[in-house]
Design a protein around this ligand. Sequence first.
Ligand code: ADP
Ligand code: ADP
Length: 240
Amino acid sequence: TDLYLNIRSVSKYFGELAAVRDVSLQVKKGEVISIIGPSGSGKSTLLRCINQLEIIDSGEIAIEDDVIIASDADGQRIRLPERQVRRGLKKLGMVFQHFNLFPHKSVLGNLIEAPMMVNKMRRNEIEPYARELLSKVGLADKADAYPNRLSGGQKQRVAIARALAMRPDVLLCDEPTSALDPELVGEVLSVLRQLANEDMTMLVVTHEMGFARDVCDRVVFMDQGQIIEDADPEKLFSNP
Ligand code: ADP
Ligand code: ADP
């Protein structure tokens, strides 16, 4: 199957508020999808539901063949094998708006911490692989620097490298450039563009319409917790 992510009728409530309401979305291997829409429309919550930073109230999420969370017709959680859930979640990488780097660890340290262990890489493979990822995001010379000495754009590129260290099949990016000064947005978008060219499967919550138009295969527009439109960017942006 070339279906990587299958989100079926997912809802997430905060009290009375349906932050995500009956959302279904299928993502194929290699697809790059931007999620756009007004503030408060549920974009971030949807991403957080996928990697279980939020627990959904109903629906089902599967990563390849691994269902990671599901509820029955009455909305009751179905108990799933723990190994299956872990195997599914390991296929996801996440990049946050505010980087979430470990401040007391060097750039290299941020990469070779826990994430690498997940892959059960050999000890002597870990550091070379981490350095390779830093080269990939253009930060080979910052391996020994600490996060507080980096610009926002550099921090976010470290965060992307760290997410990649887990060898994810799908990269979830939650407004990866929204916390950056305008002049630093481009360097982060160009790393994401490069990943897209390498056929990484990505879901990117963004306000960068140029990125949505030029890099993404599909643009999903959310409003009030629902997907209002799921379109080819050329079609979406050609309408006045
Ligand atoms: P977006 O990413 O599109 O800006 P969010 O997913 O952050 O939207 O938020 C969707 C809605 O859910 C908003 O009304 C927001 O206030 C609400 N919300 C998000 N997180 C929480 C939370 N932890 N507790 C209560 N309400 C929340
Ligand atoms: P955002 O920048 O998207 O608003 P937050 O800073 O609110 O994200 O963090 C959201 C949650 O994710 C926090 O509870 C945090 O502990 C958790 N978190 C931080 N880093 C990671 C990570 N690499 N993987 C999974 N969860 C994380």
